[in-house]
Every structure is written in C-alpha cells, then in structure tokens.
Design a protein around this ligand. Structure first.
Ligand code: IPE
Ligand code: IPE
Ligand code: MG
Length: 238
C-alpha cells in the first residue's frame, strides 16, 4: 500500500514525509554541458530552488532543507564563490520582500559570522519576521556538519557541561527544535553526503538521482517521493 495520495495528478505526502532535504548538486556540470560558464548553472539552480520549494509545499511537505554552500565550497575560484554569494544574498533579500506571498519561515543553517554585518542582520530579521509560518525553508549556507557538531559541543562545554545527552546535542545544532529529515535527495549522480546533516540523517532515507539540480523538476520530484513511499523504514525494529 502506498502512503501518499494523488491530487491533481501530483503526489501528496502525509506525516511520514514531512521533512525533505536536497543536496542541490550539479549546477556547474549542467552549465558546462550547454557551453555556458559555471555561474550560469548557479543562476538556473537558484531559480529551481524557488520552483521546487513551491512544489514540495504543494505536495504537503512541511519542511524543506537545501544545501546551498558548504564550509568546503570556499575552495572554489573567487569568481564562482562571489557569484554564488551574490545569488544567495539576492535570494534572501527577495525572500524578505515577498514573505507575505511565500508564507514560509526561512532559517539559515551555518556559520553566518563570516558575512557582512548587514547580511547577518537581514538573515536574523528574515528568520524573526517569518517565524509564525507553519512551513519552513532551511538554507544551509556556510554549513558543514562537522563544524556544526564542533560548535555545538563547544557551546555545551562553555555552559559548564561535563556530560551530554543525545537531546542536548540535537538542541545545540542549527536545526534545534526541528524534526530530522525523512528523505535526503542528492542530484547529479554523486553518492556521498559531502558533510551534510551528519547527525540529523541517522535514519534518513537517501535518494541519489542522476539529473543535475537545474533540471530537477516536478516529474523527478514525484519520482523520488513515490520511491520513498515504497520503502519500509524500520528504525532498527522489525
Ligand atoms: C552545486 O553545484 C552548487 C554548489 C555546490 C554551490 P556544483 O557547483 O557543485 O556543480 P557541479 O557538481 O560542479 O556540477
Ligand atoms: C555539496 O556539493 C555542497 C552543496 C551542494 C552546496 P559539492 O559539489 O560541494 O560536493 P563535492 O565536492 O562534490 O563532494
Ligand atoms: Mg558539485
């Protein structure tokens, strides 16, 4: 028996899939294949984020997390890094301007202290101003799961803890208070996590699809959702 229903020809999700995460990979290769500079792939990738976010919410998913920029992505050429940062800051700016239409709580996961004061402030304001919405978009930006864990442990040590529980760690992560992802989708064919949500993914289902992120549309989304509902999650039980 499948756990989703179809409405208007699309897959509808229930509480078993309330949090989906995307490792939005393959922008550069998508562009190169078209003879375009890698930056053009990031432009199309950021447009696709808006499309797929809407598509997920339309399908009943409550939380969408996207991996936008890792702590390791600073190793790329400056030109590419600044193009990605430009796109992300304009995305955040638009999200603030259009918050009444989007109706999504936007949170940034990652170390934002590296950004200019103005950017940090607009991230905080966007989070606070949209906090009353039921749906959440987490944007992992300057995010690395190892760095997240180290920061969490240091925070607990600074509070004077000598012993910690799993719950203490969960609550010290950027995702504090959120349900763990049910499904993590990585586009573009690589089968690795690249330092994404290492703690939170303990029992996540993974989907690795060949389609590069800019070409990942509603058809591909419905494909991974349908596949998810055919799996049997046991969480260590029978
Ligand atoms: C994902 O696409 C976006 C970021 C990592 C910022 P890539 O830029 O990694 O594209 P490929 O994997 O090189 O094709
Ligand atoms: C992971 O993709 C990070 C993001 C999608 C933001 P990468 O392209 O950076 O990962 P690797 O280098 O192929 O592992
Ligand atoms: Mg990549």
């Amino acid at each position: 028996m499948l756990g989703f229903s179809r409405r208007k020809g699309r897959v509808m999700c229930d509480g078993r899939l309330s949090h989906i995460a995307f490792i939005m990979d393959g922008n550069g290769r998508w562009a190169k294949r078209r003879g375009l500079p890698r930056e053009a792939g990031h432009v199309e990738g950021s447009r696709n984020l808006e499309r797929i976010l809407r598509a997920c919410l339309d399908r009943g998913i409550v939380t969408v997390t996207v991996y936008a920029f890792s702590t390791e992505n600073w190793r790329r050429p400056e030109k590419e890094v600044s193009a990605i940062m430009g796109l992300l800051t304009s995305y955040l700016k638009r999200a603030r301007e259009e918050q009444d239409q989007n109706k999504v709580h936007v949170r940034v996961l990652g170390d934002i202290s590296v950004f200019e004061g103005e950017v940090q402030e607009s991230i905080r304001l966007l989070d606070a101003e949209t906090a009353h919405y039921q749906h959440t978009l987490n944007i992992a930006l300057n995010y690395g799961a190892r760095q997240e864990l180290v920061t969490a442990v240091n925070r607990l040590l600074a509070e004077g803890r000598e012993q910690v529980t799993e719950q203490d760690i969960s609550e010290a992560l950027y995702t504090a208070g959120q349900k763990d992802p049910d499904l993590i989708v990585r586009t573009s064919g690589e089968c690795r996590t690249s330092n994404f949500l290492l703690w939170q993914s303990a029992y996540a289902e993974y989907a690795f699809v060949k389609t590069p992120w800019p070409a990942f549309g509603e058809k591909e989304l419905d494909g991974v959702l349908r596949d998810f509902y055919q799996r049997h999650r046991r969480f260590g039980g029978l």
